[in-house]
Write a protein that binds this ligand. Sequence first.
Ligand code: 6AU
Length: 265
Amino acid sequence: NPRLHESLEERRSSSKHPIATRLFELMMAKKSNLCVAADLTSLDEVIKLAESIGPKIVVLKIHVDILEDFSLAKMKQLRKVAKAHEFLIMEDRKFADIANTVQQQFHGGVYKISEWADLITAHPLAGPEMITHLFGDSSSDSRRTCGCVLILEMSTKNALTSQDYSKEAAKWGLIASDIVAGFVGQSPPDADFSGWIQFTPGVNSASKSGDSKGQQYCSPAEAVLERGADIIIVGRGLIKSSDVVATAENYRSEGWTALTKRITN
Ligand code: 6AU
């Protein structure tokens, strides 16, 4: 797969989505391919974490629906931190319904995700039209300000995301290149996805055995060198550590070293 050995500059120049372009630029500028899954229940705590590890990461991924103290005002504060430290905010909402419903979930309700998310995740389960209409009609600002990350494969034991499923869904990224900025997966898609970014979760340097609830882990090097990750997603391996800044630096350095090795090989 030649894409795996292309430089980030080449990848950036073939990206079709403004958010993917921005992310390639951030990776090169910060020498980081680290996304932290800030799976905390307090947005105040998420903001504190982001202030401390901001310089080490390119994406901060959250689950807005586990926050107990959500407010749009606090989300504005998090956006300020993201701007100051130059990272993107990914809302891991895993949209998975018909277009008419996901549009409302994306723009409306309490969370108003479209007002603050740079990236959102979606399951391709409902078919290509859900993806092309995810952000609303062609005049929607979100087509410029937000990128969709399609979940092609899951990290868990016995996931239903078979090869046929993920192969078919990956093609929709090409069709909807103005919506889809990247993929979540455990292996590289085999078509020409040079301009799209692969995010790989289930990364933990300390645990090989998973979490006893179906999650499976590999190391940053394995994620990048064997599974095709451009960006590694690290949750509990970092947020549960006693020194999150030092741990972030370890993951940044391991992930970046592996990515550099893969590109130059
Ligand atoms: O490192 P962990 O196990 O603490 O956290 C992994 C994070 C969690 C999951 O919701 C998410 O990654 N995740 C995803 C994503 C990003 O969509 C897909 C998947 O297959 N596995 C997975 O763990 O926030």
